[in-house]
Design a protein around this ligand. Sequence first.
Ligand code: ADP
Ligand code: ZN
Length: 733
Amino acid sequence: MPSKTPDFFDTGALVGVLTTQPLDRVLDYRAPEGGCWLGAYVEVPLGPRKVLGVVWGPGRGDFDASKIRAINRVLDVAPMREEMRLFIEKSAAYTLTPLTAMLRLATRAPGLGDPPSMRKVYRLGDGEPPRMTDARTRVLDAAREMGGLSLTLKELAEAAGVTSSVVKGLVKSGAILEEDTPRDTAFARLDAEYGGKELTEDQATAAEVLREGQRSGRYETVLLKGVTGSGKTEVYLEAVAEALRQGRQALVLLPEIALSAEFLTRVEARFGARPAEWHSGVTMTERRRVWRMVGEGKAQVVVGARSALFLPFQNLGVIVVDEEHDTSYKQEDGVLYNARDMAVLRASILGTQVVLASATPALESWANADAGKYKRLVLTSRFGPAVMPQMRALDMRGEDLPSGTWISPSLQAAVRVRMQKGEQALLFLNRRGYAPVTLCRACGEQIACDHCDARMVEHRFLKRLICHQCGESKPVPEVCPSCQVEGKLAAVGPGVERLAEEATAKFPDARIAVLSSDLFGTARELKAQIETIAAGGADIIIGTQLVAKGHNFPHLTLVGVIDADLGLQGSDLRAAERTFQLMRQVAGRAGRAEKPGQALLQTFQPEHPVIRAILAGDEEAFWKAEADERRLAGMPPYGRLAGIILSGGDVARVFDLGNFLARNDAALRRVDAVVWGPAPAPIARVRGRHRVRLLVKAPKGVALQGALADWAGQVKLTGDLRMAIDIDPQSFF
Ligand code: ADP
Ligand code: ZN
């Protein structure tokens, strides 16, 4: 922002306001009575409505002065800092996203500007209602689910799916308690010196490097690499402690926030109080509280999902991105941003530290460390007696396995050994549902989604077929929808539910627990299940990639990977990298406590380079080989990619648009970029819309965004045609 920008506007001065509405410019308004600060959150009239905005700078004055309206009011929250405005501008420019959409991300809390006041909240009481109804039971169940926590009337009614009068009705009998609480209270103070562990030599060295980096007060990115269980969390919590000592805030980003129960407890054990949480499971009232308290510096540590990066921190000292390789950091709809990359951007604007932690970093991060752009800290051994599990391939070509079953005799034997010792075994399969394909044995038809180009996946627990692309579901039909023959539909291939069925048949005495994201109604149920398993409440765990993320199952000593080849088949640039990471993570689940672990990988291609690198545990070799291949091909991180998805209801029009763009590529050629396509996107139809893909490849270091904007700007999208530009695409869908 130019330094001549005034930071206060007197009453009536012309100011530019960025609103959260999808308009492509900053709008002119007059400063209200009493004036306003640059960065002030304001409410402005827009047509008949009142909308949220931020004072972004002086007005442009290119609009009929007599029609310019005044700002309604300045909201009672701290103005947006210059650093945050810059972050919004730069991240918008990087991702080619309108500023307004970026501002929406940064203001996702309801009632931001409401004055502080008391509010009524509701929680479970001891009273008995005189008469029970279905609706009342649902309210009490919903309140019980919240434990001791309170909800607003609206939240509780919505959680129970009833009208608010049902809740009110329960207040009379004391079954539900109604209380007044102040809104937006500060979070408990965290104490940097509360519960630090004594670190090993390796850990202490790494922690000291992080502390020093923070004391320097300069921007730096540190890649903290270490096998699962080596104490990365302990080490980065020391960076958080250092931020606290300096009176600054810390942000810890986690990929799958639903699974953070264990993590929050750890943070509490280290600092003596719970941090603020920010993710989709947080209630609306709590969101508002977190947003405001972060802005006032009354929330010192935030543990959150990727969008926590857009919170209005007052004085951020460190950002930690845990499991930085995780693909869920990339938001795949709406604003297409990668939270890991944006965390680095935000830290560089702030002049602060960002720590990327992983056992298996993304190739991008590995390459940046290799090139000396990122600092690299390595923890080489697991903490305490735990050692990395022994890994072995089970060559499926030599296993005698009846069709329709997937647990090989060798794996079965290994599971039995563990069960006899009272230890746990995990069978890992990265496929939700019962079977990925439902086939008609009479006509060969595979049941597909009516709206997408995807096969429907049978979910037997739910007794439905579900499209994993759009979420559409229908009952499993009795007759084939194509040939009308009855009783010939058959499940083909395994999902975790089917694997559980097989395991139940093969191990009738075992207690079997299935961990798959769609089997749990709420994040809380999932947490409870994980805790039960950790406490030894299951003999065999069957899970999808949910289990690959940081839980600690101390009794787990065997991991059987049902289909190690699954990730190698995709047409995805990152298939090998993903498989490598996932296998290492899953194997890292075994033998975390004092018992040694073992990992068995069922594969039909044990000589595949990726499988061999996994087995050898030779990460550097894997990365070097993968890096060489990408460098030769000019692929990321040694070149740049942008994906362009065009979509619309009429396939011919979508292709016409794609062809036009492919032919008129002068703007791209200016920066030596090439364009491939148009081609049908890997998922060519979603929700009835045809999707066509172009891929732009450019050398590293060119001004790709500007060229893309000029190139895409040649066309005007009419009717239902849409274009989405995905910078650094992660998935090729
Ligand atoms: P990572 O994040 O690398 O997977 P963690 O930090 O979770 O590793 O450490 C694995 C386990 O070892 C945790 O239970 C942790 O509390 C414990 N641990 C690690 N380092 C220490 C230490 N220096 N003192 C005591 N316990 C430790
Ligand atoms: Zn669908």
